[in-house]
Design a binder for this molecule. Structure first.
Ligand code: DX5
Ligand code: ZN
Length: 230
């Protein structure tokens, strides 16, 4: 599986957003992670669709939209029109029927649907949706804020998700989000994650290009070697 690095715009300098997006391009980002928060599903509010729409106009990078909101279903068409490629919704943000319907709606628009598991949600929660999603996001912090400490105790869950996917949908990718940097990416890659959201450790590094390259190399070296040995 290809290693992909997704800098999180939440850690960018919002007073110069266009320059920050171009800085991520030059740093070798594979996609841009956009965190949408509604102040209900998570105790914080970030930015929304008008901002995503403007970003999509100035970059060729795929936009990976992480919906930390309680009713993502009603925004699927808006997200498509705003230029999103991947839309990730949380398994516990709505009843299971609505999760299914939302994932189908995302796919019907031609976007990639992804399902996020916050720390309290077990790997098995992906089972009803596993054939309709292109990516699983295993949160390695409580969603809502950048700059938090990586939860190493989520690694068995990454491994359990990979085991389910190997059986049910081998091409489905695993993303990790929260506290990823040089030191922590190895554990996550060794457990089977291949898409890495990096906020603080990319945008706020002294040299974003060097940070992205070194995180990528560490991930490539550790990928699926078994996190217990990482
Ligand atoms: C947190 C967000 C993350 C955040 C990661 O709820 O989903 O995407 O930006 O930031 P870092 O990499 O600083 O933990
Ligand atoms: Zn995120």
């Amino acid at each position: 599986m290809k290693i992909r690095i997704a800098p999180s715009l939440l850690a960018a300098d919002f007073t110069r957003l266009a320059e920050e997006v171009h800085r991520a391009e030059r740093a070798g980002a594979d996609m841009l992670h956009c965190d949408v928060m509604d102040g209900v599903y998570v105790p914080n509010i970030s930015f929304g669709f008008p901002v995503i729409r403007q970003i999509s106009k100035i970059t060729p990078l795929p936009l990976d939209v992480h919906m930390m909101t309680s009713c993502p279903r009603k925004y699927i068409d808006v997200l498509r029109d705003a230029g999103a490629l991947i839309v990730t919704v949380h398994s516990d943000a709505m009843p299971p029927d609505e999760v299914k319907e939302t994932i189908r709606a995302i796919r019907d628009t031609g976007m990639v649907a992804a399902l996020a598991l916050r720390p309290a949600c077990p790997a098995e929660e992906i089972l009803p949706y596993v054939h309709d999603i292109g990516m699983v996001l295993v949160m390695t912090v409580e969603p809502g804020f950048g700059g938090q400490k990586f939860m190493a105790d989520m690694m068995p869950k990454v491994q359990a998700v990979r085991a389910i996917l190997d059986r049910e949908s081998p091409l489905c990718e695993i993303q990790v989000d929260g506290g990823i940097g040089d030191a922590t990416v190895k554990d996550a890659a060794a457990a089977g994650a291949n898409v890495f959201v990096v906020g603080t450790a990319s945008f706020r590094a002294p040299d974003m290009g060097e940070a992205v390259s070194s995180i990528r190399s560490a991930a490539e070296a550790a990928y699926r070697t078994g996190w217990q040995n990482a």
